[in-house]
Structure formats: C-alpha cells, structure tokens
Design a protein around this ligand. Structure first.
Ligand code: CS2
Ligand code: MG
Length: 412
C-alpha cells in the first residue's frame, strides 16, 4: 500500500479548514485534519512544500516509522505548525490502515472500552437570564455536561459568550468572534481579571440553584489568571462542584500549577495549545492536573496523543480532548475513535459544526442522549466532498485578542 498522491485541501464552509488527503496505489484514500485556527496557511505550506514530497512512494502501513521520520528528520522539533502537519499525516495513515483492514479505527487501537463518549457543550450568555436560556437549549439538545461562560458587568464582548445563544447549538458561530473573524485584522476585546473573579462565583451559584447539583459543569479561564488568582478562583468555585476549571493560567509555565493545586480541590484541565508530551511532563508526573486537553489535530496525531494519554493514565489523569468547531470533522472523528479505545477517557468537548461544514465533510458518527460514537465505517468514517469544498475558498481570519483598561495587551 504505497502513497501515490498527497493533496492539501483548504476550504472555508463556516470557517477555514485544512485537510490532507492521501491516495494509495490501490485506490484507498485517507484524511487528516491540519487546521490551526488563525494560522492555517503556515501548515498548508509546511505540508505542501516540505512534507508531501517525502510521502510519495512511502509504505502507508508504516505509521510509527513515518511519524518518527517526520518528527526527527526535520531537526526543528515540536511547535504547533510542525505538530499539526505531522498529525494530519498520522491520522490520514490510520484512516488508510483501518480502511485496508475493513475496520473502524477504534478496533485497531484496541477496541471499544465503552459504549459511547460523554460530551460537553458550551452554554453562554451576556447575563444570567441569557445564560439560563442557553443551558436549557443545551439540555434540550441532549447534552449531559455543560460549560458555563458569561459576560462580566462592565466589559464588552468577552471570550466564550455567544452572540445569539438560542441558535448557538447548530450554527457553528458560537461567539461574537466565531468563526475566527473573517477580517484582515483581529478584533480587540477588553478584559479585567478582578471584575471577572468577583462575578464568576455568583454565576455558578445561580446555575446550581436553577439546575441542581447533578449536572457536570465546566468553565474555561482561557489562560487569563496569574497562579494566585487561579488558586483563589478554584477555591471560590469549590462549593459548586465543577467537573473542571480549564486553562486557569498560561500553561507554558508548568510549575505555576503547583501553587494552584496546593490551594484548591477544583479539578484542573489544561493543554489545548500544547503539542507534545514535553508540555505535560511536570503536570503529569506531579499530578498537577486532572484532564489532558490536547486534540489529536494539534498534538501529532493519534500515535502521539495515545502515548501521552497512556502516560497520563499511570497518574490517574484522564482525557478531555479539545473539540471546538476549529477542529474539523476529520479531527473530531479521530478524537472519537481514540476516546472510545483508551481506558482513561474523561469527557469530549463537542460543538456542532454548521450545515455547510457538514456538507463538505460527510460523517458517520452518532450523537444520542448526550453521548458520541464514531460509528462503524471502515477508517475514521469521514469523506471529503471535493466539489463542495471547492465552493468555499480560504478567507483571511484572525482570533480576537484583548487589552486591559489601560491598553495593556493581555493573554488570549
Ligand atoms: C476554547 C477554544 O474550546 C475551547 O476550550 O478554548 O474555543 C479556543 O478558543 C479555540 O479553539 C482557539 O482556536
Ligand atoms: Mg479552552
């Protein structure tokens, strides 16, 4: 099974997606997601200019060898662009191997360890009534676990708050800035950590009073706090029994989590911007986190993320794979197969893609009663409709960024 053709396909149905499509000499095709939100074209160039020429003629069965070859031979290791490119090759090869075997990918990863994957969705509102509407709409859609984000009094649009909560379920447009703003310059938002820390515990109190103690609730701090602020927030949220507090500090400083951990029993999730096991070394070996947030798409593919999650499992740390709409249906499918197979699955983030995206990517996963299942098609179960994809050319898009009241740039 030799690789005959490798194409990098860019399409922008609801937002930009980068997909690698491999075709073998026996006519099988495999897909990998290489989407790096807001920096998509760098990965396109990395793949098309530097990786595609290396793939032609290679044995598509040798996944581990190809991974090691791409990682080690580049000399310049790690980084989001490199690891997204390697991830795309890796997932496309797993798709091919599973198709050649006539099995869904999860079977090759050890078979199913569960019947389905608990998923969480994103509820948000500029104020509490709007947030409650959004929570109700997510419960109506079957979600059994819900992330809670709200506006903060005095601040304009902020991270994670949808512009139109009632339709947030199925538009693919979650927030004011989503899809990553299709504009030549990034949108500026404002931020005030003190106002946020004062406001948030009351929001969780209101949600627990309204919706009861049993529903798992999550929150994303999006890297905006210092360690001591994060420790304070984790402590303040303890009465509301969160499933997790995500990205409470900028996670490149792993040691910062020691301080947070000493002060709070609120479970911690980190890692959507990480790209190798080295980003987790201290966090895992010192048990400073409870959930690994890495996506297959940004962490070198199934081959690499499976190893990270097996390492984490030795420390009772579980998976909580990143699954916003900027992970394409190809990346989501790979995550579902991996999540079904590993022992230490925790939860899967799941936001529905928009209709145009679903027309471009034909999918075979199921969503029933708050649980995802990747389906039983051979491979990962996603096919790219090239004609549909061609209708949506790339559009310049940026993520927003934020500044404090005095104009200082803050962490996004
Ligand atoms: C977020 C993402 O899903 C999450 O937890 O942090 O929405 C993130 O902002 C985007 O994926 C950035 O590309
Ligand atoms: Mg996040």
């Amino acid at each position: 099974m030799k690789i005959d053709k490798a194409e990098v396909i860019v399409t922008s149905p609801d937002r930009n997606f980068v997909t690698l499509k491999l075709t073998t000499d026996d006519g099988l095709t495999g897909l990998g997601d290489a989407t790096l939100n807001g920096r998509e074209l760098s990965v396109v160039s990395y793949l098309a200019d530097h990786v595609v020429p290396l793939l032609i003629g290679r044995d598509a069965h040798n996944i581990e060898d190809t991974w090691q070859f791409l990682y080690r031979s580049a000399y310049w290791r790690r980084g989001p662009v490199t690891m997204a490119a390697i991830a795309a090759v890796d997932v496309a090869l797993w798709d091919l191997k599973a198709k050649a075997a006539g099995m869904p990918l999860y079977q090759l990863l050890g078979g199913a360890s569960r019947t389905g994957l608990l998923a969480y969705g994103h509820a948000s509102g500029k104020d509490i009534p709007e947030l409650f509407d959004s929570v109700r709409s997510h419960l109506d859609q079957g979600y059994r676990a819900i992330r809670i984000q709200t506006g903060v009094p005095g601040l304009r649009a902020i991270y994670g708050v949808a512009s139109n909560v009632t339709s947030a379920g199925n538009t693919g447009k979650r927030y004011d800035h989503e899809p990553a703003q299709r504009a030549p310059l990034p949108v500026e938002e404002d931020w005030d950590t003190r106002a946020y820390l004062t406001h948030l515990p009351g929001v969780f109190e209101a949600v627990r009073n309204e919706f009861g103690p049993s529903i798992p609730l999550l929150h994303d701090g999006h890297h905006r706090m210092t360690p001591i602020q994060a420790a304070k927030l984790g402590k303040a949220l303890e009465p509301y029994d969160l499933f997790w507090l995500e990205d409470c500090t900028p996670a490149e400083n792993q040691a910062a989590l020691r301080l947070v951990r000493q002060h709070t029993t609120t479970p911690l999730a980190i890692g959507e911007v990480f790209n190798t096991v080295w980003d987790y070394q201290t966090l895992i070996t010192e048990q400073l986190i409870d959930y690994v947030r890495s996506a297959v798409t940004h962490t070198g593919g199934v081959t690499a993320l499976k190893k990270i999650l097996e390492f984490a499992a030795q420390y009772q740390i579980k998976s909580g794979m990143h699954g916003p709409t900027d992970i394409s249906p190809v990346g989501m499918a790979a995550a579902m197969h991996l999540g079904l197979a590993i022992h230490n699955f925790g939860i899967q983030e799941y936001m529905k893609h928009g209709e145009a995206t679903n027309r471009v990517f034909e999918q075979s996963f199921s969503w029933n009663d708050g649980m995802l299942h990747p389906g039983d098609q051979p491979g990962i179960g996603v096919e790219l409709k090239v004609d549909e994809a061609g209708k949506y050319p790339y559009q310049t898009a940026y993520l927003p960024y934020n500044r404090l009241a005095d104009g200082t740039v803050h962490d996004w």
